[in-house]
Design a protein around this ligand. Structure first.
Ligand code: FES
Ligand SMILES: [Fe+2]
Length: 407
């Protein structure tokens, strides 16, 4: 049971809210698709944790990531031009390099070069991986950038996409870690799948078992099947906002999926999907190309006023949800809770144990952070995410150990 005060502590991430400060200080985050930041184009606006930033690419290929407001008098640098390796403000022409130095102050008559040195601009550390620009928004020494196996895969083996949703970041995390909705919300998809994802429909009531890990935990959703076997789907929760879910597509060497719930502000998030395949080109890419865009590139099909575009006619014709894409089903239910769901009103059941664990872990970490300690789950140089993979499969019986399922 989460109190109203705990719910605030968990949800709020802007300004001096402790959760936001902890996330910014101790964890990197995916900020914007690499392809949206090109040399020769306008800077790209990025909003994170209630603050506005720009990302631009200099002629040397390096990314500049900094506050959107010009250090002079606050005009938006998104209006400016990128020249060489610097962005030039439209208003009075100040130029700021991608590494955060003011390199030209054309409206200053007195010793402009010396004056420029006195202006401090914070250029945030960034790196690129999985087609995404990752940034670190903390103060002081940056922790290591997460070394997930998808970070350095060739472009054809990883496909990333993100959607902005009107929901608090934790609703995104909770949607990802919750396996018990799979056979219910996604019924129309499970009935056409021959994998363990499809087999979830054999028993909609889930038992959970957990394994604690330095980075978070493994959550095994176990379903006793009518033939005595056990359908297992093991999700990885990696602090603070990563959920790696077992494959849902059919066939060998399936694509893997990581979902990351990144705060835009208190009431909005970007839900990132990284489809990756360590062994071959991703099929998800073909799927996306067929549709000519990721299913959610255009946003949700509706809003609260029309039940987010739910189609009751197709429901009557056998579709379970009235939505046409599996991810839309997830997004709509998440947004339908309202921008910050009141967790003090919930009635949690046994199959919500993974949700309870995520909240408990975040609350423990943020309380430690408020007491001046680094969160235990923060990545250190000694901690690697390389081997973290979500797995699924069918075990001979419910007494077999799900930890044996090979990645
Ligand atoms: S506000 Fe940017 S140069 Fe003056
Ligand atoms: Fe889902």
């Amino acid at each position: 049971m989460v109190t109203k005060a705990e719910n605030e502590l968990l949800s709020r991430v802007t300004g001096d809210a402790p959760m936001g400060k902890m996330l910014r200080q101790h964890y990197w985050l995916p900020a914007v698709l690499s392809v949206r930041v090109k040399y020769g184009q306008a800077p790209t606006k990025v909003r994170l944790f209630g603050e506005n930033f720009i990302a631009f690419r200099g002629e040397d290929g390096k990314v500049g990531f900094m506050e959107e407001a010009c250090p002079h008098r606050g005009a938006s640098l998104a209006l400016g031009r990128v020249e060489g390796c610097a962005v030039q403000c439209l208003f009075h022409g100040w130029k700021i390099s991608s590494d955060g130095h003011v390199v030209d102050v054309p409206n200053e008559p007195n010793r402009p070069a010396e004056f420029a040195k006195t202006v401090k601009v914070r250029a945030y550390p960034s790196r690129e991986g999985a087609g995404i620009i990752w940034v670190w928004l903390g103060e002081g020494e940056a922790p290591p950038c997460p070394d997930f196996e998808w970070m350095d895969l060739p472009p054809e083996q990883v496909y990333s996409a993100g959607i902005e949703l009107n929901a608090n970041w934790l609703q995104g995390v909770e949607a990802t870690i919750d396996s018990s909705h799979v056979a219910l919300l996604h019924t129309s998809w499970t009935t056409t799948s021959a994998t363990d994802f499809g087999a979830t429909r054999e028993n909609t009531a889930v038992n959970y078992e957990f394994e604690k890990k330095p980075y978070g935990f493994r959550a095994a959703a176990l379903r006793a099947a009518p033939d005595g076997s056990c359908v297992a789907r093991v999700t990885e929760f990696v602090m603070p906002y990563y959920g790696l879910i077992p494959p849902i597509f059919t066939g060998p060497k399936q694509d893997r999926i990581a979902i990351i719930a990144v705060p835009i502000d208190d009431e909005n998030l970007i839900q990132w999907y990284i489809y990756y395949n360590p062994e071959k080109p991703v099929d998800s890419m073909k799927r996306t190309q067929r549709a000519n865009q990721w299913p959610m590139a255009g946003g949700l099909p509706g809003d609260r006023s029309n039940n987010w575009g739910q189609n009751r006619d197709v429901m009557g014709a056998g579709n379970n949800s009235g939505f046409f894409e599996i991810v839309i089903e997830d997004f709509v239910v998440m947004v339908s809770m309202g921008p910050i769901v009141d967790r003090s009103k919930e009635y949690l059941c046994s199959s919500d144990q993974a949700i309870i664990r995520v909240r408990r872990m975040l609350l423990e970490e943020v309380k430690a952070f408020m007491a001046g300690k680094a969160p235990k789950s923060a990545q250190t140089p000694a901690m690697s995410y390389q081997g973290v993979r979500a797995v699924g499969g069918r075990l001979p019986s419910t007494s077999d150990d799900w930890r044996q399922i090979a990645a």
